[in-house]
Every structure is written in C-alpha cells, then in structure tokens.
Design a protein around this ligand. Structure first.
Ligand SMILES: [Zn+2]
Length: 151
C-alpha cells in the first residue's frame, strides 16, 4: 500500500493540513500556516496504539492524522478476529492513518461518551470529529474503502 503520495499532517497548533513530501518527512517540517514545527510524534509507529480514558483526547481527538479507533473487549471473540486486520491497516497505512485500540472494560468514560453498545466497533475520527462508525464483522476491504477518503 506504500505510495508516493505526500503525507497529510495536521498541525496540532492551528489544525491546518500540511502536505509533506515523503523525502521531507525527516527534515523537521514546519506548518505552512502558523510556521510552528509540526509534531511528528507517533505518526510512523506502524502498529495499533493502546489508548485509555486518560490518553484518548491526545491520541485520538488531537491526532495529526485521521484515526481508526477500535473499541474492543477481552471477552469478545469477534474482536480477536478483527485484531489482525487492525495490525495490517496500521502497518500498511503507516504515516497516513493511526490505528488506536481501546479496551471498553477498562475505559468506562470514553465508552459511555461514545455510547458504545456492542463490540467490535470502529470509529474513524478526523480533526477531533467522529466521521464514520462500523460495527460487527466488517471486512478489511470495507474498512480500507472507508478510510481511503481520509488520507
Ligand atoms: Zn499550524
């Protein structure tokens, strides 16, 4: 899935979208609008990030790139089936989409805020806003199709 397309990194200071050429990613890019250095932390991890009630706002709502958030529970067998898909997406769309995992049993505040009724649930967030919801057994292809308009 690696492409030559520029990365689209949102400035955490002014929220402007910046297109960063692949070859410039390591040259401390600055925001074209407010000229602050872009926060590149955590963008290129390439695997799902475990988030909690305490880190949800920073990791998901203030993310520099769109976030596919996976709500799951240890007792949910369908969630175990979705996990390899999350791992592949995190790796394949490294630098373009962040994948966040949240255990609903351990994070009641986020779970009730988003009125999570059943898992697996996936929500795409962009610029702090909830954009798409997917519940149950969704195919990898369907998730990728939905994500394609966000990067
Ligand atoms: Zn800025």
């Amino acid at each position: 899935m690696e492409t030559g397309k520029p990365y689209i990194i949102r400035c955490t200071n002014c929220h402007a979208k910046n297109r960063i050429l692949k070859e410039k990613v390591n040259e401390k890019p600055v925001c074209g609008k407010c000229h602050k250095p872009l926060n590149m932390a955590g963008i290129f991890i390439g695997k799902p990030v475990e988030v909690s009630d305490a880190t949800f706002e920073t990791e998901v709502l203030h993310s520099q790139i769109p976030v596919l958030t996976f709500f799951w529970a240890p007792w949910c067998s369908a969630c175990q089936g979705v996990l390899p898909i999350m791992n592949r997406i995190a790796s394949g769309l490294r630098g373009r989409i962040k994948v966040a995992k949240i255990n609903i049993d351990k994070n009641p505040s986020t779970t009730s805020h988003f009125q999570v009724m059943s898992v697996p649930l996936m929500i795409i967030f962009d610029n702090g806003k909830e954009k798409e919801d997917m519940t149950g057994a969704v195919s990898e292809l369907d998730i990728l199709k939905k994500l394609a308009s966000y990067y």
